[in-house]
Ligand binder design. Structure first.
Ligand SMILES: [Zn+2]
Length: 451
């Protein structure tokens, strides 16, 4: 392992330059005008795998290609499957960037560019970790398979088609993903829980057209008022979700986990600064870290309806609506939650209007036992790389790809949090400390040692 670490030390600048080159490619999967760029990013990722002695292929489906690389040393060695993505979120709004999104710059020791943290930096770091092993020692201490896809940010189907087509070649002892955040600056994380998701959109319909509020107001139900009542009915005053059946199957947060979360160095002021909110809020009886990952939620993502322009317009709007998403914890069944939510909305809908419900996508939550052999190896790799034991965390978000891998390959995911939180993924001024990049490479070197 020392030889691989030494190799990294010698090639730090060269590796950072490679990352900068990768970041200059505007591989925005959501925007067709950037699809040629995305293909260039795929080619770049493929070249990096080849530089580490991997056999590679591009899997072309009905979208942007999935890059696959494998380097199989020896059947007696364990095998790790690594997943990452080369596509990035759109950079807009441009005017809020302090530097150009696709002209990476280093500001205060941090790389600034779209995709630096999500996910080009952390995933390239793992490719380079393999390269350090190969260039320093001539081989790898594990068998490695890499999947780098190009449609993560748009939920594309190509990677799924790839898994289906190549299922037999993808067997592995564990799945490594570096696409979640660390716990704090210098403190990495191993994430062992991801929340699931249920989406629903509702529209409340009233009159067939907007009505004059003087002529008709007070004589027919106002859809915006009805919508507000519906939204308000979703939670009680303690922040608990007031939907019958919503909590069915939800496990209480166990004492041991509560203690573990309590021991994490949670900085309330930093968290407030990160969110820009005036005050913390959430379900009564739980701490912020419990609310963040171990408890389910129901959030209004957007409300629309009626007049939104300048000044006043005296109408009773013909309709109003909102988008809702719930985050689920393990043991909550997405279909059951969606049914419960729809039933609640239908029951709670005030008289005088009609309700239109559109059911959206669903994904179950993920639990990945942090005490298995490979989870322990991942923890020790993070500790070696950062000089600091990782926090064991649950992430509030969902990574649908993890479900897909679990379903298709039945392999345990190891979610390595190697970048400092507050990275502004998906937002202007995305950032990624240069030190995290090197620590990410060290994490890979240590993990691939297989010890
Ligand atoms: Zn990502």
């Amino acid at each position: 392992m020392d030889a691989a670490f030494a190799h990294l030390e010698k090639h730090k600048d060269q590796f950072l330059e490679l990352l900068m080159e990768y970041l200059r490619i505007p591989s925005v999967s959501a925007q067709r005008v950037h699809h040629e760029d995305a293909r260039r990013a795929a080619a770049f990722a493929k070249t990096q795998l080849e530089a580490a002695g991997f056999e590679t292929t591009l899997f072309e489906g009905a979208g942007l290609p999935t890059v696959y690389g494998s380097r199989l040393e020896n059947e007696s060695l364990p095998t790790l499957l690594v997943y990452g993505h080369y596509d990035v979120q759109p950079p807009e709004p441009f005017e809020l960037w302090e530097t150009q999104p696709f002209e990476p710059a280093i500001v205060d020791g941090e790389v600034r560019a779209r995709g630096c943290a999500d996910d080009k930096g952390p995933s390239l770091a793992l490719v380079l970790a393999a390269r350090c092993w190969v260039e320093a020692t001539g081989s790898l201490p594990v068998n490695l398979k890499f999947i780098l896809e190009g449609e993560e940010e748009v939920g594309g189907q190509v990677v799924e088609q790839f898994l289906e087509a190549r299922k037999d070649d993808l067997a592995a002892d564990a799945l490594v993903i570096a696409d979640t955040s660390g716990f704090a600056r210098g403190v990495p994380a191993l994430c062992y829980g991801l929340r699931g998701l249920v989406a629903v959109e509702i529209k409340v319909n009233g009159p067939s057209h907007d009505l004059h509020s003087g002529t008709y107001g007070g004589t027919v139900a106002n859809p915006a008022t009805a919508l507000a009542r519906l939204v308000a009915s979703l939670h009680d005053d303690d922040g608990r979700i007031a939907v019958d059946g919503f909590y069915d199957g939800v496990d209480e947060v166990e004492e041991e986990e509560r203690d573990r979360l309590d021991r994490l160095p949670f900085d309330k002021e930093a968290y407030l600064a990160e969110t820009g909110s005036p005050k913390l809020f959430g379900e009564k009886g739980f701490t912020t870290l419990e609310r963040k990952g171990a408890r389910p939620t129901c959030e209004v993502n957007g409300i629309f309806g009626g007049y939104q322009g300048e000044g006043s317009k005296t109408i009773v709007p013909s309709s109003a609506g909102c988008k809702l998403t719930c985050r689920l914890v393990p043991s909550q069944e997405p279909q059951h939650v969606q049914d419960a939510l729809v039933r609640h909305l239908e029951r709670a809908c005030p008289p005088g209007v009609t309700l239109e419900v559109t059911r959206g996508p669903m994904a179950p939550a993920v639990y990945s036992d942090p005490e298995t052999d490979w989870a322990k190896r991942a923890r020790s790799a993070l500790e070696t790389a950062f000089g600091q034991a990782p926090a064991l965390t649950r992430e509030g978000g969902s990574i649908p790809i993890v479900n897909l891998f679990a379903q298709k390959l039945g392999v345990q995911p190891l979610l390595l949090g190697t970048y400092t939180p507050g990275e502004r993924a998906h937002s202007p001024n995305e950032r990624y400390p240069v030190e995290d990049f090197y620590a990410g490479i060290r994490t890979g070197i240590a993990l691939f040692s297989g010890q």
